[in-house]
Design a protein around this ligand. Structure first.
Ligand SMILES: C[S@@+](CC[C@H](N)C(=O)[O-])C[C@H]1O[C@@H](n2cnc3c(N)ncnc32)[C@H](O)[C@@H]1O
Length: 369
């Protein structure tokens, strides 16, 4: 079986790895604001787990995920201390050489006496994951899991089902999608990701990570509201990606916001995933406008249509349609503004948030003219 990315730490991180880490950092920053900065602390036990931590940096000292976590946490030290939060970080790495470096890094951090607990382990992932399940499932905890596996095998269907069953938990896991494009029809791979020969053959390489997301979506039990989103990453050796998961719409919104921050064209890749060849500064000579990705045009058209045909009737409907389509509230507001300008809907305050219908955030009707 291909073991891609085995020597990730023997050289400088490549562009793809840097993008992955930037996405993780951007998401973690937003996540910490929700769980650490909010006035009313609902979840005093906060767990951040990096199950495939590596040594901490690449050969050139660029931060790997453990350092990203420590850097982002240090920004909140004072708040964590003053609120008395029980924040615990867990870093696991099976390779003994990498573990020694990781452990030294964490020990040095402990010397600074931070207001959070830092733990390291050198276990195999499955064992480390099992050992943390009681803490993850505890009623008073909120969890962020980073599962930066090598290849595809660790997040098997059983592990994925366990992940999505943990309440107040968000995860980002890495998967080498093109390994499945290459070998996925072999029986030994089918127990990890089950796609038919035809599906594998008919899905282009560049879009393959989207296909992988569909497979994981199919594992979510019917009737369970769970949010999953992809981010595709192209490296010289193939297409990889991150799968994000959260049981909460705010998690999904924050992830999508991070993804659109990194890919302002389509919000889901570090390359031109729809092979449209759009140059960001290339104005159309007839319209004088910037060319727009088809994905964005399609979303705007569909959302307008659904509003005008009354399939979407409220701000709440609009919010959930938007995030489950992979877009953010700011994309939806633009559509609403244009409908108002075109005198197709009435101008009304438009609150697009995950908690409309609760507290002081009313559900409002979108009134067509
Ligand atoms: C892609 S790298 C992770 C990189 C790390 N997140 C970073 O930013 O530097 C995957 C790491 O997981 C370790 N690993 C691979 N299989 C593992 C397993 N089954 N259990 C624990 N660690 C494993 C590898 O030694 C490697 O350091």
């Amino acid at each position: 079986m291909a073991a891609l990315g085995r020597n990730l730490h023997d050289k400088a991180f490549d562009e793809g790895t840097l993008t992955k880490l930037e996405l993780f950092r951007t998401y973690m920053r937003a996540w910490l604001r929700v769980f650490v900065d909010r006035k009313e602390i609902l979840w005093p036990n906060i767990n951040i787990l990096d199950f495939f931590a590596g040594p901490g940096t690449d050969k050139c000292g660029n931060p790997g995920s453990p350092l990203v976590i420590l850097e982002e946490l240090s920004i909140h030290s004072e708040t964590i201390r003053s609120k008395g939060l029980n924040l615990r970080c867990f870093f696991n790495e099976r390779d003994l050489e990498k573990f020694a470096l990781l452990d030294a890094l964490v020990k040095a951090e402990r010397q600074r006496n931070p207001p959070y607990h830092l733990e390291t382990a050198k276990a195999n992932f499955k064992e480390a994951f099992r050992s943390k399940l009681p803490a993850l499932h505890a009623a008073s905890s909120a969890n962020l899991l980073f599962l930066d596996q090598t290849g595809i095998m660790q997040i098997d269907p059983e592990t994925f089902r366990e992940l999505i069953s943990i309440k107040r938990s968000d995860f980002l896991f890495f998967i080498s999608s093109s390994t499945i494009k290459r070998f996925g029809d072999q029986a030994s791979f089918q127990k990890y990701v089950k796609l038919s020969k035809e599906e594998i053959a008919s899905t282009p390489y560049l879009a393959f990570h989207r296909k992988i997301l569909e497979w994981y979506k199919s594992l979510v039990p019917p009737g369970t509201q769970y949010y999953l989103a992809p981010f595709s990453i192209k490296k010289s050796s193939g297409t990889y990606g991150i799968i994000f998961g959260s049981g909460h719409p705010l998690g999904m919104e924050k992830f999508l916001t991070a993804a659109w921050q990194i890919d302002s064209m389509r919000g889901e890749a570090n390359f031109d995933i729809d092979a449209e060849g759009i140059q960001p500064d290339q104005y159309d000579i007839f319209s004088g406008e910037l060319p727009r990705p088809k994905k964005v045009e399609l979303f705007e058209r569909e959302l307008s249509k659904k509003i005008l045909e009354r399939e979407i009737q409220t701000n709440r409907d609009m919010y959930f349609y938007t995030i489950t389509s992979g877009f953010t509230p700011s994309h939806a507001r633009k559509v609403f503004r244009e409908l108002v300008q075109g005198k197709k809907v009435k101008k009304t305050p438009l609150l697009l948030r995950h908690d409309v219908g609760r507290g002081r955030n009313p559900i409002t009707e979108i009134q067509t003219v």
